[in-house]
Write a protein that binds this ligand. Structure first.
Ligand SMILES: C[S@@+](CC[C@H](N)C(=O)[O-])C[C@H]1O[C@@H](n2cnc3c(N)ncnc32)[C@H](O)[C@@H]1O
Length: 447
């Protein structure tokens, strides 16, 4: 059993996340001075770009800040843990990943499959802890060493890829990490781990290594969608206008300004009924990458040969709103505190609430082969999956008082719904094939 060490250093309470930046963002005249001097290397690059091209979309700014190949937030350091900027549920309690492993196992049983190959695919796997805990339980329940289990990690950071390798192969014999082009890989006892940078590589990996239709895909995206770049819009009497990132003349201080005319992206809210029916003066955040990732995930769990069969399942877990459209949720996080998202580009984590309704719409759009479940509160999902029972079981074998307390407080933190805990803010969304007569057997999602 693993007892996590950093249970007291949770991601800052998300209750006070929406500190109000809207006045600065929408104003072209009043510009607030920033406390942090923006003079690092990435600031200079972004400044230069804005000087040459004019203001840039917020998504372009965020993409550089988060995933610039050498200066991006995720690509230049390990941000997770007590010493880092935030902590996530799997790093707080092993039971988080274990409940996910049990869920996938129950889906596997109800799919009634004869396949001998399963891919566990994770988007944004962090340190690899969730996958480790999930597979430990899944394999224990599966009790069949002849089924090949491959792990595919979609990860932008080389630093985190190495951490993932370490944890996932700690029980494997003679494993070696091949940092080869185009895809890093490593052998497991019965399968392999392959890393890719983006979802675009995923089909290549699945096609090259296997007959894609013979595989089952179990997919996890935990705190991945909130790390994707967003665009911001405001509805004016002339239509939707994008808010772009500009800089002051004499320094690299960044702020948002309203585009005076339409931009290519302002078509997105204009063409979507859910956004376009909003009243004038509404402002919204849209994550264009959400659409491609949602479609990629749903395509991977639907059987293209036999639509009634299905070949996998997915869990998307994140903080966000179930029904509303996100607005003014972009935040910067540094050393477990909220900071201005335009301070210290590349040194501050940037994230925004996930629009679960947009994921559901995308998946249901023109395709009824995949069904969505939830979103429901993380606390409810974990209770439904039997986290209390598993806790009792683990406590029976644990004598050390401080380890017992650590285990209990970790579970409380991920289950409870008060403002210091994660049980309410985080939501679980399930994606399963439309295996029509079996809807009732899917655990976790009843309210
Ligand atoms: C907030 S962390 C979540 C970590 C992990 N899921 C957990 O629960 O501990 C975001 C993860 O997504 C990765 N990431 C962020 N943007 C990405 C992108 N565009 N493509 C691939 N990975 C990305 C980061 O490197 C990191 O592993």
């Amino acid at each position: 059993m693993i007892t996590r060490l950093y249970h007291s250093n949770v991601r800052p309470s998300l209750f006070n996340r929406s500190f109000n930046l809207i006045n600065r963002w929408t104003s072209t005249s009043k510009r607030t001075k920033f406390i942090h001097p923006n003079d690092n290397e990435l600031s200079k690059i972004l400044s230069k770009v804005i000087e040459i091209t004019g203001p840039i979309p917020l998504s372009s700014y965020m993409r550089q800040c988060l995933t610039h190949p050498t200066l991006g937030y995720y690509t230049s350091k390990d941000p997770l843990g007590g010493q880092g900027d935030f902590i996530t549920s799997p790093e707080i309690s092993q039971l988080f990943g274990e409940m996910i492993g049990i869920w996938f196992y129950s889906i596997w049983k109800s799919l009634d499959s004869s396949t001998r190959k399963i891919n566990f695919i994770e988007f944004g796997p962090g340190k690899g802890t969730l996958m480790y805990d999930c597979l430990k339980i899944f394999k224990r329940l599966l009790k069949d060493n002849n089924i090949q289990i491959n792990i595919i990690m979609i990860e932008t950071s080389k630093i985190l890829k190495r951490k993932q390798y370490e944890i996932l192969t700690k029980d494997a014999k003679n494993s070696k990490l091949f940092e080869s082009f185009p895809f890093w890989n490593s052998k497991l006892n019965n399968g392999e781990i392959i890393w890719c940078d983006t979802e675009i590589d995923l089909n290549e990996i699945l096609d090259k290594n296997n007959n894609i239709d013979d595989n089952y895909n179990f997919i996890i995206a935990h705190e991945f969608f909130d790390a994707l770049p967003i665009n911001k819009f405001i509805k004016t009497n002339l239509g939707w206008r994008e808010l772009l990132v500009d800089k002051s003349n004499d320094s690299s201080n960044f702020f948002l300004i309203q585009s005076p005319s339409e931009t290519p992206s302002s078509k997105i809210p204009q063409l979507n009924k859910r956004y376009n029916s909003l009243p004038e003066k509404s402002s919204i955040e849209i994550c264009p990458d959400l659409y491609k990732y949602s479609k990629t995930i749903s395509n991977l769990i639907v059987d293209n040969k036999d639509k009634n069969q299905g070949k996998g399942a997915a869990l998307i877990i994140d903080y966000g709103v179930s029904n509303n459209i996100p607005d003014n949720t972009l935040r910067g996080i540094k050393t477990h505190k909220f900071v201005n998202p335009f301070s210290e580009p590349g040194k501050v984590d940037l994230s925004a609430d996930v629009d679960f309704q947009a994921i559901i719409e995308t998946i249901n759009d023109g395709d009824d082969n995949c069904q969505t479940l939830g979103p429901i509160d993380q606390g409810d999902w974990l209770i439904n999956m039997g986290i209390q029972l598993r806790l009792t079981q683990l406590l029976q074998n644990l004598q050390n008082e401080s380890e017992r307390n650590l285990l209990i407080s970790g579970v409380k933190r991920i289950v409870e719904k008060d403002e210091n805990s994660m049980g309410k803010i985080y939501k679980f969304l399930g994606l399963v094939p439309q295996f029509k007569d079996k809807e009732n057997v899917i655990p976790g999602f009843s309210k």
